[in-house]
Ligand binder design. Structure first.
Ligand SMILES: Cc1cc2nc3c(=O)[nH]c(=O)nc-3n(C[C@H](O)[C@H](O)[C@H](O)COP(=O)(O)OP(=O)(O)OC[C@H]3O[C@@H](n4cnc5c(N)ncnc54)[C@H](O)[C@@H]3O)c2cc1C
Length: 372
């Protein structure tokens, strides 16, 4: 099978690697490498548990073993993580995944795809100076996916999405993850230390404040937490995080979407890398075993029953989870109870699924009342 993959971020490169290893002819289209990407860069432990061959990448990350939380009800709650979150520079992480895809036999074409069409026989990609044809096209082209726009007539979902703004800062004296909840609307600021710099930023429901004001909040947080740090070298960034609506289409005739293009981001934590990798693995396996005609419906069904289900939970809770009153209650509970703190740690590392959260909370409450 001859497969085009549009976008060589984590979703595209990982899908390309798996498809090439399974004997398919794979062409990756992406003009952007080498590059950094606006991101915290936190990769949750499930990725390395489910894909052991990626464990070697951890030599290039900085392991975070705890998160410091600040918000209503907690001025400096330290939550130890059951397993570390590995924090990468996205330039390093994405280049390593791309390198693996190329070593597996995929070919990289450093060109932007302008539009995509499908007919009964093939998928056609319009580049600036050429048209190419393939048996199947994978849209792994991120939050403004041209594949999604071309074939479904819609952008990735920004209705429930989040706006982000921030800086890559060099030399910040921070060893752990830091998250500070905004007190007047549902959102949070973060500092994620990476091996050679930190990603500091803010996440807010789209439209709540403009980019200038969001950046000003990040600078104020940085100066309050690390006095004098505003003289350190920094580069600004801004981006949006798409989130799934109730009905989320991820495939159709001769195409499928993965990663941000498929709205595969957790609305609550903003984590998308794990879902990009999971989606890529699922799609590569489905496409290889079922072929270009059967794969779209099988992949969509399996996605919607697996990760897609979790993402619908997080999307329906959405920004409500960050209401100051809700955050205050959760932080106060975690400060007082070891059980509540463990639930919080498991949620932060994505070891506790949202769909199982009501049951877990009930069991913890019963166990807690018995031990009184
Ligand atoms: C500020 C911020 C912080 C975040 N923090 C975290 C975090 O800490 N942990 C986490 O798990 N997730 C985080 N996320 C989410 C995470 O960054 C994304 O979910 C993840 O990058 C999705 O991977 P992807 O491969 O789908 O898309 P991307 O990483 O966006 O890659 C898409 C690729 O497609 C290419 N492309 C786009 N259009 C075209 C085109 N027309 N033709 C060819 N190529 C094209 C781009 O150049 C890019 O290389 C964060 C997001 C933001 C914005």
């Amino acid at each position: 099978m001859d497969v085009a993959v549009v976008g060589a971020g984590p979703a595209g490169s990982f899908a390309a690697e798996r498809l090439a290893r399974a004997g398919n002819a794979v062409t990756l289209y992406d003009p952007s490498h080498p590059r950094e990407k606006p991101c915290g860069g936190g990769v949750t432990p499930g990725v390395f548990r489910r894909y052991p061959d990626l464990r070697g990448l951890r030599a290039r990350s900085r392991a975070a073993h705890a998160v410091r939380l600040r918000g209503p009800g907690a001025e400096g709650l330290r939550v130890e993580l059951p397993q570390p979150i590995e924090v990468f520079s996205r330039a390093t992480f994405d280049a390593a995944l791309l390198e693996r895809a190329l070593r597996a036999g995929a070919e990289l074409v450093a060109a932007r795809v302008r539009s995509v069409r499908v007919d009964g026989d093939s998928a056609q990609l319009e580049l600036d100076a050429a048209t190419t044809r393939h048996d199947f096209v994978i849209g792994a082209d991120g939050a403004s996916s041209v594949v999604r726009r071309s074939l479904l007539g819609e952008r990735p979902g920004l209705a429930r999405g989040m706006a982000t703004a921030g800086f890559f800062v060099e030399g910040l004296p921070e060893a752990e993850l830091y998250v500070e909840f905004v007190r007047d609307w549902p959102g949070y600021l973060w500092v994620f230390p990476r091996p050679d710099h930190a990603s500091a930023g803010i996440c807010a429901p789209i439209g709540i404040e403009n980019g200038v004001r969001l950046r000003a909040r990040v600078l104020a947080m940085l100066e309050a937490r690390y006095p004098g740090c505003l003289s350190l070298p920094r580069r600004p960034y801004a981006a949006s995080i798409p989130c799934p609506g109730r009905r989320n289409r991820v495939a159709g005739p001769r195409f499928a979407l993965v990663g941000d293009a498929a709205n595969a981001v957790d609305t609550i934590t903003g984590e998308g890398i794990q879902h990009a990798i999971d989606g890529a693995a699922l799609l590569a396996e489905t496409l290889t075993s079922s072929g270009p005609l059967e794969a779209p419906s099988i992949y969509a069904r399996r996605w919607n029953h697996g990760n897609g289900r979790e993402l619908r939970w997080s999307s329906s809770l959405g920004a409500r989870a960050y209401r100051p009153a809700t955050v205050g209650l959760a932080l106060r509970l975690a400060a007082r109870s070891r059980r509540a703190k463990r639930v919080l740690a498991d949620l932060l590392t994505v070891l506790q699924p949202y769909s199982g959260l009501p049951r877990r909370l009930l069991l913890e409450a019963v166990a807690g009342s018995r031990s009184l």
